[in-house]
Design a protein around this ligand. Sequence first.
Ligand code: DOR
Length: 442
Amino acid sequence: MAETYDVLLRGGTVVNHDGAGGRDIGIRDGRIAALGAIRPEAAGEVVDCTGLHILPGVIDSQVHFREPGLEQKEDLETGSRAAVLGGVTAVFEMPNTRPLTTSAEALADKVRRARHRMFCDFAFYIGATGENVDDIPDLERLEGSAGIKVFMGASTGDLLVEDEPTLDRIIAAIRRRAAFHAEDEARLRERAGLRRPGDAASHPVWRDEIAALIATQRLVRLAEKHGRRIHVLHVSTAEEMAFLAEHKEWASVEVTPHHLTLVSPDCYQRLGTYAQMNPPVRDERHRQAIWAAISAGVVDVLGSDHAPHTRDEKDHPYPQSHSGMTGVQTLVPIMLDHVNAGRLSLERLVDLTSHGPQRLFGIRNKGRIAVGYDGDLTVVDLKRRQTIDDSMIASRCGWTPYHGVSVTGWPVGALVRGLRVMWEGEVSGAAGGEPVRFYEGV
Ligand code: DOR
C-alpha cells in the first residue's frame, strides 16, 4: 500500500543542512516521514507552500515568560502565543520567576503549567545558587530542564552569583552545557554613580564593556579549569567576541536581534527606557563586531532574550525603569529583514536558530528537517513587506521596540510536531506544548 501522511507541505523551498531546494514534506504521527515529491492524495491535510520557504522550527533558547509570580508582564500562554505568531516553535525559558526556578518542585510546577497550555514546545532553565549546588547534577537531568543558568550580574529578580568560589563550585558541578549572564557585579556596583537620572543613554556607560569582559574571562578560566562547556548569553561587546573567538573549545556564544539591530545613542534618543536592556545596547563599533562574529562563525545561536515589562514599569524614570524588552515575536521578521539586506544568508540564519541550538544543547529530534525528526517547521514569506506594530504584539505587555519599523520577510506559519499552530497571523488548534527532550536529560 502507498504511504500516507497526516499533513503534507507542498511546493515550498526547504532550507536545511543541505542547502535550499524545492521539496514536499510529509508528516505522520507528528514526525517528518518523507521528503521529496509527494502526491497530494497521500495526505489528509495539504498545505500549499508555493512561493514560501520552509525552515526547521525556530528554537529561541532565551525567553522570560514570567510565570509564576510576574503575570502582569507575561504568562506561559501569552508568551507562547507571541512565540508561534513569530514563527518560533520551541523556547527555553529563564528561571527569574517568583518563586525562582531553583528546585525540582519549582521546575515540575512550571512543566505542569506549560503542558498543553503553551502553543510551542518548551524547556526551563534551573537557576544555580550557592544553596542548590549539590543538586545540580540531578536538576540538570529532570524532565523539562534546559540545564543550568547563572546570573553573574544583577538583573531582574534575585538570582545572583557574584563571588568566584560559588561560581567555581557551580562550574565544577555541571555536566551539561550551562548558560551564563556575564556582567561583573563588583564593577557594576563600583560604577553605579555613572547612571544619569532620567537618561537611559547612560545605561551602557554604567554597564560597560569591561564589566562584560571581566565576567566572560572569569567564566572561561573556570570552564577550562574544570573541563566544562559554557554558553555565554547575549554577548554584546567587541572585546568579548575577540576573546571568545580564542576560546571556542569551551565557550558557545549567543547573540540577540536587538544587539544586531539597535544602536546607541540613536536607540536611547528614540526609545528612551524602552531600549534599556541588560547587557545594554551599545554603539556601532560593538554592533559591527557582533555582525563580524556571525560572519566568522564564532556565534552559535540567536536568542531573543524576550524580557517583557509593563509600560508602567518601563515608564519609571531611569534608572528605576525596568531592564528588558519583548523579542520572541519579532526575532524571525527582524532577522529575515537582515537576510534580505544581505547581512547573512538564510542558511546561516537556520544554523543560528535551529541547527545551533540542536548541536549545543543536544536536543532530541528537533532542529533539522529530516525523516524521523519532529514536524517542527517555520514557514516564511521572504518577500512580504510588513510594518511591525504594537497592536500585533501578543505579549501581555503589548509593546515592541520595533513599533513602526517596516521589514521585508515575514513568518506566515508554524507547525509543532505536525500540528499547524499558526497560519497567516492566526493561532489555531489547541495548545499542545510538550517538554523538549535532550540527549543528556530526559
Ligand atoms: O534586560 C534584561 N532583562 N536582562 C536580563 O538579563 C534579565 C531580563 C529580565 O528578566 O527582565
